[in-house]
Design a protein. Structure first.
Length: 219
């Protein structure tokens, strides 16, 4: 994308570039840096996994709402595909939880989790399909950005304590899912304040969600 002016870029690229400040805050935060160098306490990662299950449940439901409200057959097919990707991710988290003895049934969603899930479900219920895409795309693009950054630092090595996380979010399969959702954003959203606001709010909530899982750090 280097060298292109704003009018030459698609909406998804423009929104991502407009929120690079928050992407950098997420990357430089103690949670992601702890994943990168392996220093993140396991208890922090366990708590993150437990809370992320609530988030992924809401993410899947938001996809389902977007699917139901899709204005064309293309949306039905693609939202269904993306919903399947979230369900695969939920199975990965269930595997983490089982391995480390996290009783998901006994965990309640925290305030940062609720802020994010409430935002997603309200947007998917009351907003347009384009606004829903704008609220969901930042999660996918940000996780890909972080996964690829960590993979480049060696965090995908087999002996790294959090290599599965890095492998998942730096993989070609996840990149394809992120690009697919961005394609829906391009198809259904217009560059208007409500879309830009939804994207920005989702990025802010992502930063807060990571920060909530490191003691003493707030977004």
């Amino acid at each position: 994308m280097t060298g292109l002016d704003d009018e030459s870029r698609g909406l998804a690229a423009r929104l991502w570039l407009a929120n690079q400040d928050l992407a950098r805050v997420a990357l430089d935060g103690r949670f992601v840096q702890g994943l990168a160098d392996g220093s993140l306490p396991l208890e922090c990662f366990k708590a993150y996994v437990a809370q992320d299950v609530f988030f992924l449940d809401a993410f899947a439901r938001a996809y389902a709402l977007a699917l139901a409200r899709s204005p064309d057959h293309h949306g039905l097919e693609v939202f269904h595909q993306l919903l399947g990707g979230v369900l695969d991710e939920m199975r990965l988290h269930a595997g983490y939880a089982a391995r480390w003895g996290v009783d998901l049934a006994s965990v309640e969603p925290g305030p940062d989790t609720l802020a994010y899930t409430d935002f997603l479900l309200a947007t998917a219920s009351l907003g347009s399909v384009g606004e829903t895409c704008a609220a969901m795309t930042p999660c996918m693009r940000l996780y890909l950005f972080l996964g690829q950054a960590l993979a480049g630092s060696g965090a995908a090595a087999a002996d790294h304590p959090y290599h599965e996380w890095t492998e998942t979010y730096s993989s070609p399969a996840f990149e394809e899912l992120a690009a697919t959702l961005e394609g829906l954003l391009e198809r259904y959203a217009e560059d208007r304040p409500s879309v830009r606001s939804a994207y920005r709010r989702a990025m802010q909530l992502e930063v807060a969600f990571f920060a909530a899982h490191v003691p003493g750090e707030r977004a």
